[in-house]
Design a protein around this ligand. Structure first.
Ligand SMILES: [Fe+2]
Ligand SMILES: [Fe+2]
Length: 171
Protein backbone atom coordinates (compact mmCIF):
# COMPACT_ATOMS: atom_id res chain seq x y z
CA UNK A 1 0.00 0.00 0.00
CA UNK A 2 1.47 3.31 -1.09
CA UNK A 3 0.95 6.18 1.31
CA UNK A 4 0.07 9.68 0.18
CA UNK A 5 3.59 10.69 1.08
CA UNK A 6 5.20 8.02 -1.09
CA UNK A 7 2.79 8.77 -3.88
CA UNK A 8 3.73 12.43 -3.93
CA UNK A 9 7.41 11.58 -3.80
CA UNK A 10 7.18 9.13 -6.66
CA UNK A 11 5.28 11.63 -8.77
CA UNK A 12 7.81 14.41 -8.36
CA UNK A 13 10.83 12.12 -8.59
CA UNK A 14 9.68 10.47 -11.79
CA UNK A 15 9.02 13.94 -13.21
CA UNK A 16 12.48 15.11 -12.14
CA UNK A 17 14.33 12.18 -13.66
CA UNK A 18 12.32 12.59 -16.82
CA UNK A 19 13.23 16.29 -16.85
CA UNK A 20 16.89 15.39 -16.39
CA UNK A 21 16.86 13.14 -19.46
CA UNK A 22 15.33 16.03 -21.43
CA UNK A 23 17.98 18.53 -20.26
CA UNK A 24 20.76 16.25 -21.44
CA UNK A 25 18.92 15.52 -24.68
CA UNK A 26 18.77 19.27 -25.32
CA UNK A 27 22.46 19.69 -24.56
CA UNK A 28 23.51 16.79 -26.77
CA UNK A 29 21.26 18.00 -29.60
CA UNK A 30 23.25 21.26 -29.64
CA UNK A 31 26.70 19.89 -28.88
CA UNK A 32 26.68 16.73 -30.94
CA UNK A 33 28.92 13.96 -29.66
CA UNK A 34 32.35 15.37 -30.42
CA UNK A 35 32.26 18.63 -28.45
CA UNK A 36 34.30 18.93 -25.26
CA UNK A 37 32.34 17.46 -22.40
CA UNK A 38 29.81 15.67 -24.54
CA UNK A 39 31.15 12.22 -23.62
CA UNK A 40 30.70 13.11 -19.98
CA UNK A 41 27.18 14.38 -20.65
CA UNK A 42 26.23 11.26 -22.58
CA UNK A 43 27.40 9.16 -19.62
CA UNK A 44 25.29 11.15 -17.17
CA UNK A 45 22.35 11.02 -19.56
CA UNK A 46 22.49 7.23 -19.51
CA UNK A 47 22.30 7.21 -15.72
CA UNK A 48 19.34 9.59 -15.77
CA UNK A 49 17.60 7.27 -18.21
CA UNK A 50 18.17 4.39 -15.80
CA UNK A 51 16.83 6.43 -12.88
CA UNK A 52 13.80 7.36 -14.88
CA UNK A 53 13.13 3.76 -15.90
CA UNK A 54 13.13 2.61 -12.30
CA UNK A 55 10.68 5.30 -11.24
CA UNK A 56 8.54 4.64 -14.32
CA UNK A 57 8.30 1.01 -13.27
CA UNK A 58 7.41 1.92 -9.69
CA UNK A 59 4.75 4.37 -10.80
CA UNK A 60 3.13 1.65 -12.91
CA UNK A 61 3.48 -1.08 -10.28
CA UNK A 62 1.90 1.12 -7.61
CA UNK A 63 -0.70 2.76 -9.79
CA UNK A 64 0.50 6.28 -9.04
CA UNK A 65 -0.70 8.99 -11.37
CA UNK A 66 2.26 10.63 -13.10
CA UNK A 67 2.47 14.40 -13.22
CA UNK A 68 0.11 16.07 -15.66
CA UNK A 69 2.94 18.42 -16.54
CA UNK A 70 5.06 15.86 -18.40
CA UNK A 71 4.76 17.81 -21.68
CA UNK A 72 5.77 21.02 -19.92
CA UNK A 73 8.83 19.44 -18.31
CA UNK A 74 9.70 17.82 -21.60
CA UNK A 75 9.82 21.15 -23.40
CA UNK A 76 11.29 23.14 -20.52
CA UNK A 77 14.02 20.57 -19.84
CA UNK A 78 15.01 20.35 -23.48
CA UNK A 79 15.03 24.15 -23.83
CA UNK A 80 17.16 24.58 -20.71
CA UNK A 81 19.64 22.00 -21.98
CA UNK A 82 19.83 23.49 -25.45
CA UNK A 83 20.14 27.07 -24.17
CA UNK A 84 22.95 26.27 -21.75
CA UNK A 85 24.80 24.24 -24.38
CA UNK A 86 24.54 27.19 -26.78
CA UNK A 87 26.28 29.34 -24.16
CA UNK A 88 29.16 26.87 -24.22
CA UNK A 89 30.43 23.68 -22.58
CA UNK A 90 31.06 25.40 -19.26
CA UNK A 91 27.51 26.74 -19.12
CA UNK A 92 26.27 23.24 -19.90
CA UNK A 93 28.22 22.01 -16.89
CA UNK A 94 26.93 24.92 -14.79
CA UNK A 95 23.41 23.77 -15.60
CA UNK A 96 24.18 20.27 -14.33
CA UNK A 97 25.87 21.63 -11.21
CA UNK A 98 22.84 23.81 -10.41
CA UNK A 99 20.25 21.12 -11.10
CA UNK A 100 22.12 18.48 -9.13
CA UNK A 101 22.58 20.79 -6.17
CA UNK A 102 18.80 21.09 -5.88
CA UNK A 103 18.09 17.44 -6.64
CA UNK A 104 20.59 16.24 -4.10
CA UNK A 105 19.01 18.47 -1.51
CA UNK A 106 15.54 17.34 -2.53
CA UNK A 107 16.42 13.64 -2.26
CA UNK A 108 18.12 14.15 1.08
CA UNK A 109 15.01 15.90 2.38
CA UNK A 110 12.81 13.07 1.11
CA UNK A 111 14.95 10.46 2.85
CA UNK A 112 14.56 12.40 6.05
CA UNK A 113 10.78 12.70 5.60
CA UNK A 114 10.42 9.00 4.77
CA UNK A 115 12.36 7.73 7.75
CA UNK A 116 11.59 4.00 8.05
CA UNK A 117 8.54 4.27 5.85
CA UNK A 118 8.73 2.65 2.42
CA UNK A 119 12.24 1.12 2.36
CA UNK A 120 11.82 0.16 -1.31
CA UNK A 121 11.43 3.79 -2.33
CA UNK A 122 14.03 5.03 0.13
CA UNK A 123 16.65 2.62 -1.24
CA UNK A 124 16.21 3.99 -4.74
CA UNK A 125 16.22 7.59 -3.65
CA UNK A 126 19.43 7.02 -1.74
CA UNK A 127 21.15 5.33 -4.65
CA UNK A 128 20.08 8.01 -7.11
CA UNK A 129 21.04 10.76 -4.68
CA UNK A 130 24.57 9.37 -4.66
CA UNK A 131 24.64 9.33 -8.47
CA UNK A 132 23.42 12.94 -8.59
CA UNK A 133 26.17 13.90 -6.17
CA UNK A 134 28.70 12.41 -8.57
CA UNK A 135 27.14 14.33 -11.45
CA UNK A 136 27.55 17.49 -9.41
CA UNK A 137 31.24 16.74 -8.79
CA UNK A 138 31.75 15.95 -12.48
CA UNK A 139 30.14 19.24 -13.48
CA UNK A 140 32.35 21.26 -11.17
CA UNK A 141 35.40 19.36 -12.41
CA UNK A 142 34.19 20.07 -15.96
CA UNK A 143 34.49 23.82 -15.43
CA UNK A 144 30.95 24.77 -14.34
CA UNK A 145 32.23 27.63 -12.23
CA UNK A 146 34.06 29.14 -15.20
CA UNK A 147 30.78 29.62 -17.10
CA UNK A 148 29.86 33.18 -18.06
CA UNK A 149 27.71 34.82 -15.37
CA UNK A 150 27.97 31.64 -13.32
CA UNK A 151 26.33 33.00 -10.18
CA UNK A 152 23.35 34.40 -12.05
CA UNK A 153 22.95 31.36 -14.29
CA UNK A 154 23.20 29.01 -11.35
CA UNK A 155 20.77 31.02 -9.23
CA UNK A 156 18.13 31.15 -11.95
CA UNK A 157 18.37 27.44 -12.70
CA UNK A 158 18.23 26.50 -9.03
CA UNK A 159 15.17 28.64 -8.50
CA UNK A 160 13.53 27.03 -11.53
CA UNK A 161 14.27 23.57 -10.15
CA UNK A 162 12.77 24.39 -6.77
CA UNK A 163 9.61 25.67 -8.42
CA UNK A 164 9.38 22.64 -10.68
CA UNK A 165 9.72 20.36 -7.65
CA UNK A 166 6.98 22.12 -5.70
CA UNK A 167 4.62 22.08 -8.66
CA UNK A 168 5.23 18.44 -9.62
CA UNK A 169 4.49 17.20 -6.13
CA UNK A 170 0.96 18.45 -6.54
CA UNK A 171 0.01 18.50 -10.18
FE1 LIG B 1 18.86 11.25 -11.86
FE1 LIG C 1 21.89 13.51 -12.33
Amino acid sequence: MTSKLSERMLRVDQAGEFGATRIYAGQLAVMGNRAPGSGEIAGMAMQEAAHREEFDAMIVARGVRPTLLQPVWSAAGFALGAATALLGPEAAMACTAAVETEIERHYTQQLEDLGDEDPELAARIEKFRDDEREHHHAAIAGGAERAPAYALLSGVIRLGCRLAIRISERI
